[in-house]
Design a binder for this molecule. Structure first.
Ligand SMILES: *Cc1c(COP(=O)(O)O)cnc(C)c1O
Length: 427
């Protein structure tokens, strides 16, 4: 596989863009390669700068549930942009997208659109703090909520549950407002709640973690969080930036029948344009400016092009579409497990709607400690390179999810499954 054009572009990029990329995982460091520069996409396929073609299971890291360059999205964008790209004033499309979100996710009574998932979690956390008058937030090791200061904290030693920043530049004073619990471990949450009575504004969680690999949540654990929040007047925030309109039309909260107080969205609701949103209970969201004292604003928030892409995407995602996505994803992950088994390699797979993942281990993965200590990342890197050579583009890290789109055809799946058979046999 020739990738000299990508390499030349990467070298050039490093002269003017820090690290050569505008988001770290794109650099391919975890798999010992340099990034492919992508020239174009159509449906389920992408082409790199050297003309190599791949079946794409990244989908721009989640947004592209309809595939690349979907005709309905392109048509909506063309029609919208002919009338101007931004006004910084309200437009009807914002109302339409808000109504679509509310209809699909009943826990959302009021919503605010922003430009990224990052901004959504930041806004949700601020309004939770404003509503409760409390400062602390419980988050879970291994859950990712964007590069927001207070949420860039994942690893604490067993002894201390106070947050230690994961990044330079996060002040200790900010990190101290973040309390770390373990996913699927209600006891670790109860301990924090007992140690910090009346201080916790919110419990923030990816209801199905997708940023430490895809981890299966225990229903009793998620239900337990709801009960703790009700008892302690803590707000439960589901970060559905990845899972919203991805694992089901109504997101993870629809799958599990649990109603959070606030929800954050991103990725799919922007159909490939920069969008995020946060929303939830009317009494909480009413505190956001201008109706309340919690300030949050954005020059390009509710941008017409982004709203148009989101509307086209959500309108296409009917229950029937999700049923088919789920069937295809299940078929793929069953084949994934079978191909590994045939090669004598132990893996764990997970699949919820059109979100999929796997770990190279024989042990079930319940939390971040399991994911980081048992997942064979060297084997993943070899697997990744083999699949890439075979024309299958996966996320370049052993701790990312895979995404299926409506554009993935039977033929794509057959080709992927054939590649799996070959590549697992080489590991
Ligand atoms: C991607 C992601 C974010 C951040 O969204 P951006 O649009 O990248 O800022 C936040 N939370 C979760 C669960 C995500 O997967």
């Amino acid at each position: 596989m020739l990738t000299s054009q990508s390499l030349a572009l990467f070298q050039r990029a490093q002269e003017s863009i820090t690290g050569g990329v505008n988001s770290p995982v794109r650099a391919f460091r975890a798999v010992g390669l340099t990034p492919l520069f992508i020239q174009r996409g159509a449906g389920s396929h992408i082409w790199d700068a050297d003309g190599n073609e791949y079946i794409d299971y990244v989908g721009s890291w989640g947004p592209l549930i309809l595939g690349h360059a979907h005709p309905a999205i392109l048509a909506a964008l063309r029609e919208t942009m002919a009338g101007g790209t931004s006004f910084g004033a309200p437009t009807e499309r914002e109302v339409v997208l808000a109504e679509l979100v509310k209809e699909a996710v009943p826990s959302v009574e009021l919503v605010r659109f922003v430009n990224s998932g990052n901004e959504a979690t930041q806004g949700a956390l601020r309004v939770a703090r404003g509503f409760t008058g409390r400062a602390k937030v419980v988050k879970f090791e291994g859950c990712y909520h964007g590069s927001v200061d207070a949420l860039l904290i994942k690893a604490g030693s067993g002894a201390t549950t106070l947050g230690v920043p994961d990044s330079a530049g996060v002040p200790a004073a900010v990190a101290e407002t973040t309390l770390l619990a373990r996913f699927n471990d209600l006891g670790s949450v109860l301990e924090l709640v007992e140690q910090h009575p009346g201080e916790i504004a919110a419990i923030l969680i990816e209801p199905i973690p997708g940023n430490m690999g895809v981890v299966v949540p225990e229903l009793a654990f998620l239900r337990g969080l709801r009960e703790i929040c009700d008892r302690e007047a803590i707000l439960l925030i589901f970060d559905e930036v990845m899972t919203g309109f991805r694992v089901a039309r109504g997101g993870a909260q629809a799958l599990f029948g649990i109603s959070p107080d606030l929800t954050t969205f991103g990725k799919v609701i922007g159909g490939g344009l920069p969008v995020g949103a946060y929303g939830g209970r009317r009494d909480v969201m009413s505190l956001v400016a201008p109706s309340g004292p919690v300030y949050q604003a954005g020059t390009l928030s509710g941008n017409p092009l982004a709203m148009a892409a989101g509307i086209a995407t959500l309108r296409a995602l009917t229950e029937d579409v999700f049923a088919e996505l789920g069937r295809n994803a299940q078929r793929l992950m069953e084949a994934w497990a079978a191909a590994a088994k045939a090669a004598g390699i132990a893996i764990q797979t997970a699949q919820f709607g059109a979100m999929m993942g796997f770990f190279f281990t024989e042990r079930p993965i319940r939390d971040y400690a399991d994911a980081t200590s048992h997942n064979d990342t060297r084997r993943f890197a070899a697997f990744f390179r083999g699949m890439l050579e075979a024309g299958v583009y996966l996320a370049p890290s052993a701790f990312e999810a895979m995404f299926l789109s409506t554009a993935h055809s039977e033929r794509d799946l057959d080709q992927t499954i054939a590649a799996l058979g070959k590549v697992f046999a080489t590991l």
